[in-house]
Design a protein around this ligand. Structure first.
Ligand code: ACO
Length: 311
């Protein structure tokens, strides 16, 4: 009976085991899991654009090879995640349609422009650093296919983070103009990176239920604080200033205090009004439409193979 299945589901969660695709699960769990996985997949795919912008203009063959590898990794992450959503009955075509018609979200961070090559380094350091902070606990998320995808994704994100930091260290030991480029990129990306963790806990409609289901292991504010604590010493080592006059060590809390985040800006970016939202979605739509013939050809080929088998 339904009640029996429900008890089994609750038991799996209570024992910290994983929910697997063939297990019974509450419809609301399925819905929120598809939502989070799809938003995550869309973020990886849209996230290829801001950095892809610099592939043809990378300053050396080495930097170009690194950046190409990184952007390809993001395509891979998007694909594992769409596959994870499919195990819950999410349909890839439908999810893509929802992305390009603005009915599903992707991370706010990818709606900011990449104005100089230093942005590639800062995205690696701060954006991928924030992504790791958020995603390492998701390796213990209650939905098996998502948790397992996250293990490989986190390993690759760690490489992305290190390449960003290494790029910035190189620029910081370069010319004055290079140091200024790095500082300018940090000034533009610091606050949007903090917004990646989502709205504050008291304004986060999904957190309580997702924590109860162990989809999320920490709240948005907990992870944001962890990221700030981790990043301040890295900024010092690098020799850049984080653009927040209120940032200071609080010995009583054992954490860094930081200034107020502009939540109106996050709301605006999430609802389509960020600096690059239109451009990002249009680009994705064009790529999807340009690829229609590939999907048609693949489907025709599959039909032909199937017919041959039947003969
Ligand atoms: N950008 C865009 N949308 C966001 C952001 C953000 N920075 N933060 C929150 N939202 C959305 C939520 O997805 C939710 O959407 P809904 O209206 O469809 O329900 C809504 O705003 C309210 O937020 P929350 O209740 O806090 O939502 P949730 O519990 O899902 O927490 C979070 C948001 C932390 C982003 C969570 O979904 C998560 O951990 N996702 C997986 C990680 C991820 O997607 N990373 C992508 C960027 S990193 C990268 O790709 C390099």
């Amino acid at each position: 009976s339904e009640r029996h299945f429900e008890r089994y589901f609750e038991d799996v969660i209570a024992r910290d085991q994983r929910i697997e695709p063939r297990d019974w699960l509450p419809e609301a769990y399925r819905k929120t899991m598809i939502r989070q996985i799809a938003q995550h997949a869309h973020s990886e795919i849209i996230g290829m654009q801001p950095e892809g912008n610099w592939i043809t203009r990378a300053p050396s063959l080495r930097r170009k090879a690194i950046l190409l590898a990184k952007v390809q990794d993001e395509a891979g992450h998007g694909l594992y995640l769409y596959s994870a959503a499919e195990t819950l009955g999410g349909d890839r075509d439908d999810l893509t349609e929802k992305l390009i018609s603005g009915r599903q979200k992707y991370s706010s961070i990818f709606n900011y422009p990449t104005l100089s090559f230093a942005d590639v380094g800062v995205i690696g350091w701060l954006v991928d650093g924030a992504a790791i902070c958020n995603q390492v606990p998701l390796c213990r998320s209650s939905y098996g296919p998502y948790a397992r995808a996250m293990i490989r994704i986190c390993k690759e994100e760690s490489f992305h983070q290190r390449q960003g930091y290494e790029l910035l260290m190189t620029m910081m030991t370069g010319t004055e103009a290079q140091r200024e480029m790095v500082q300018d990129a940090v000034n533009r990306y610091w606050w949007p990176s903090l917004m990646m963790f989502g709205p504050p806990d008291d304004d986060s409609p999904n957190t309580a239920q997702s924590m109860a289901w162990k989809i999320k292991r920490h709240t948005n504010d907990e992870l944001r604080q962890r990221f700030v604590d981790m990043t301040v010493p890295q900024a010092e080592a690098l020799g850049v200033t984080l653009p927040d006059p209120d940032l200071s060590w609080n010995a009583d809390r054992g954490h860094y205090d930081f200034g107020a985040i502009d939540w109106d800006e996050l709301k605006q970016v999430i609802s389509g009004g960020g600096p690059c939202n239109t451009e990002r979605v249009e680009r994705r739509r064009a790529a999807h439409e340009d690829g229609a013939w590939v999907r048609e050809a693949a489907a025709a080929h599959a039909r032909k193979q199937q017919q041959r088998k039947e003969v």
